[in-house]
Design a protein around this ligand. Structure first.
Ligand code: SF4
Length: 161
């Protein structure tokens, strides 16, 4: 009988769906296949986060800076989108699952987790912390391009071990 590994990874929406990014900014035809394969090879369950910018401004939105997004209406939306994810994470943690971390998008005004943290990740990580879910994070660097992801794959390998 197959037994679940009970390990999970949270990923920014566009890791699995580049259709959500700003037009002409996509870095793969569909998802980041090489990276997703590496996640699946670890037998991780993947929880895809919502795309806050798509939810706020749609598919044909213009590029915006973090300051331009940093308005109460956007923070409120981020909070609403984050809430069900936090609830899921709490329940998994309560049931003994291990959440291995969160993969964000470097330099994104919404989904960077490490540098100039994006607004959605600011909100989500604060809510997670408040709920007792501490997450280590990795950002996909700006130079990742499908088919040339060796550096990111190495970084992911270190992150997940
Ligand atoms: S807002 Fe986040 S999930 Fe949406 S396209 Fe930008 S980086 Fe990806």
């Amino acid at each position: 009988m197959i037994k679940r590994k009970k390990q999970l990874l949270l990923v920014a929406h566009c890791v699995l769906n580049q259709n959500a990014v700003i037009r002409d900014w996509e870095r793969a035809q569909g998802g980041f296949n090489e990276l997703v394969h590496a996640m699946l090879a670890e037998n991780l369950g993947i929880i895809q986060l919502p795309c806050p910018e798509f939810a706020f401004s749609g598919e044909d939105r213009p590029p915006r800076t973090k300051n331009e997004y940093d308005k109460p209406a956007y923070r409120t939306l981020c909070c609403c989108l984050a809430q069900p994810v936090v609830e899921q994470a709490k329940e998994y943690q309560r049931q003994g699952y291990l959440i291995k971390g969160l993969v964000g998008i470097g330099e994104s005004p919404s989904c960077d987790t490490l540098g100039n943290r994006g607004i959605f990740m600011e909100v989500l990580l604060a809510m997670m912390s408040e709920a007792g879910v501490e997450l280590k994070t990795l950002d996909i660097s700006e130079d990742y391009l499908e088919g040339h992801g060796e550096k990111t794959l190495r970084e992911f390998d270190c992150f997940i071990k």
